[in-house]
Design a protein around this ligand. Structure first.
Ligand code: FAD
Length: 330
């Protein structure tokens, strides 16, 4: 067991999970967060069912349920005109990042973490890197994410629309709101003057889905987005977690789950003096097949073959292929 303090850079789901996990091991934790919470964030706000086990292990499940996340029990996926619908084996959750991130940070502080409201860089001390994904991209047609909250009729399904190299996910969250979040290449956004309203209106099925809803906030846009994992190396004493470790394609709706899982393992490993190389190998075994499935699926979508795969595989199998191997982290 180490006695030196642990610095956690970033207070998103990964940083908070890592902090809570390290605190459970008796470590002294300081969290650095450059943004004031609560704050909105571009995210589909679909939290995978397996998150319950992690939140329970971190001792914050009741605080999470107090946020009254919206139950999501069905998936409804459109590949152009082809539709696939199935019941989720376990209920997932719709929860805003505004509420979730703030609640997790509150839990970490209540359990003894010190919060420093400023940006930090890694130094020579023990560090959990939870600063989120990298922003630079060298690819030609860069990808951007956008999201807004709407009011209107509620539903218990997560609706995913793949169309023209973009996709949009729609699911309800707490407080009777609906999250609309998408990802599109720069060229397509440019055609629509970087206005998501115009982009969504150009796809009849999406236009129809959104027409009874009323937008409640300005669009948030983020990017460019770069996918992939970096399980290769980290300096001794440095533990990258969540998106700082690797960014899985958001259509999987499992980025927050990955952040919570790797946070749990990182906090424990850092506090117990497990070498960071061994920690990275553990993360690889938890995340690798999920990354492989997500990248294959993205290729199939871009080649226009995803609908054919969708007919071959049961929906629940499609879903489980893109989840991290949570049991390995417990
Ligand atoms: C378009 C889109 C849709 C998505 N939809 C979903 C979805 O439906 N479901 C899902 O599970 N995941 C989804 N994701 C992925 C999910 O948002 C991420 O996987 C998740 O936010 C990762 O959490 P994190 O804690 O690693 O990083 P973040 O949530 O990015 O948190 C990083 C934190 O670090 C802080 N920070 C950064 N640099 C510093 C610094 N130097 N010093 C101090 N603080 C710093 C930031 O302010 C931020 O608060 C989506 C992502 C995108 C882009």
């Amino acid at each position: 067991m180490r006695t030196e303090p642990i610095r956690v850079i970033g207070a998103g789901p990964a940083g908070c999970s890592a902090s809570l996990s390290a605190l459970q091991q008796g470590a002294h934790v300081t969290i650095f967060e450059k943004t004031r919470f609560p704050r909105h964030k571009v995210c589909g706000e679909f939290l995978s069912p397996e998150a319950v086990v992690i939140l329970e292990r971190l001792g914050v499940l009741s605080e999470f349920l107090d946020l009254r996340p919206h139950p999501v029990t069905e998936a409804n996926v459109f590949f152009g005109a082809v539709n696939k619908r199935w019941k989720l084996e376990e209920s997932a959750f719709g929860i805003s990042r505004y509420a979730l991130d703030s609640a997790l940070l509150g839990c970490a502080v209540n359990r003894g973490a010190e919060l420093v409201r400023e940006a930090a860089e890694p130094n020579h001390g023990l560090t959990i890197l939870a600063h989120g994904r990298q922003h630079s991209s060298s690819r030609k047609d860069r990808l951007f994410g956008f999201k807004a909250h709407y009011s209107g009729p509620l539903s218990h399904s997560v609706d995913l629309y793949f169309d023209r190299k973009m996709y949009v996910g729609i699911n309800c969250i707490e407080d009777r709101l609906t999250n609309v979040c998408g990802l599109a290449p720069e060229s397509l956004l440019r055609e629509h003057g970087f206005d998501p309203d115009s982009l969504l209106a150009a796809i009849p099925r999406l236009k129809e889905r959104i027409s009874p809803l009323c937008r409640q906030m300005e669009w948030l846009i983020t990017g460019p987005l770069v996918f992939g994992g970096g399980f290769g190396q980290a300096a001794p004493g440095v533990y990258p977690v969540g998106d700082a470790l690797g960014f899985v394609d958001p259509f999987t709706g499992s980025g927050m789950l990955g952040a919570l899982v790797t946070g749990l393992v990182a906090g424990r490993s850092c506090a117990q003096a497990v070498p960071s190389a061994r920690y990275l190998a553990e993360c690889k075994s938890i995340l690798q097949s999920q990354y492989g499935a997500a990248s294959l699926f993205r290729k199939l979508v871009s080649w226009g073959l995803a609908d054919k795969l969708a007919w071959l595989l049961p929906g629940q199998r499609l879903f489980s292929l893109t989840r991290p191997a949570v049991a390995r982290a417990l």
